[in-house]
Design a protein around this ligand. Structure first.
Ligand SMILES: NC(=O)c1ccc[n+]([C@@H]2O[C@H](COP(=O)([O-])OP(=O)(O)OC[C@H]3O[C@@H](n4cnc5c(N)ncnc54)[C@H](O)[C@@H]3O)[C@@H](O)[C@H]2O)c1
Length: 199
């Protein structure tokens, strides 16, 4: 445990497993009170227990990021229960269907765009509203991908979404930097998570 982020409240989405879980644990170890959010309640609850057993502070809030009202509800719950939001890691995401573009059904395209891109937009929208309301700035990190910059075959919907995440990250950084809200993205390469093993 360190006190680097002591007194701060940080949200991590997609925190029940994989990259989000590791980030939630690391953020709590740095002293932040972490809001672990995911659709997977049982696994999310276990992450909270792991954090508490290590002496950290965390709570689980279930939110399906494909629904705007669940995202606004998540941020409202954080600001009403914990009275602040200092940082957010918009990390939840799903992988591509592995099909060529001409074989991809509209519903498959929409699923990935909805969670991986629109979900990030809506999380940022409500997080930024909360940060502007409080007036002391904050930090947002979005999970893009190496595929936010380059392309492979069989992943057009994912590549489009992750290129979009980089675009909206740059747009928000330009728009809110002067107001003290830093917005950045990470572009992981291959990480051996459940999604990677089964996707
Ligand atoms: N694993 C990799 O190699 C890799 C590489 C580059 C980028 N990424 C990105 O990293 C992020 C995390 O990926 P991961 O590999 O840890 O995957 P993962 O599947 O292990 O974790 C993703 C989490 O997001 C959650 N999630 C999915 N849909 C959701 C929704 N609608 N609402 C709320 N939560 C939802 C899942 O339940 C899961 O816990 C994703 O955005 C992914 O695109 C992963």
């Amino acid at each position: 445990m360190s006190d680097e982020l002591s007194g701060k409240v940080a949200l991590v989405t997609g925190a029940a497993r994989g990259i989000g879980q590791a980030s939630a644990i690391r953020t709590a170890r740095a002293g932040a009170n972490v809001v672990v959010s995911d659709i997977l309640e049982e696994e999310g609850g276990q992450v909270v227990e792991m954090i508490k057993e290590a002496g950290g502070a965390a709570t689980f809030v279930r939110a399906d990021l494909s629904h705007e009202e669940e995202i606004s509800g998540l941020i409202n719950k954080i600001t009403s229960d914990l009275h602040r939001l200092d940082g957010a890691f918009n990390n939840a995401g799903v992988l591509q269907h592995g099909k060529s573009l001409h074989e991809l059904a509209t519903e498959e395209w929409e699923k990935v765009i909805n969670i991986d891109l629109t979900g990030v937009f809506l999380c940022m929208k409500y997080e930024i509203m909360a940060m502007l309301d409080r007036g002391v700035g904050g930090a947002i990190v979005n999970t893009a991908s190496a595929l936010g910059q380059v392309a492979i075959t069989g992943a057009s919907e994912y590549i489009a979404a992750k290129h979009g995440v980089l675009g909206i990250t740059r747009a928000a950084a330009a728009e809110y930097g002067a107001k003290g809200i830093r917005v950045n993205a990470i572009l992981p390469g291959i990480v051996e998570t459940v999604a990677r093993q089964t996707g």
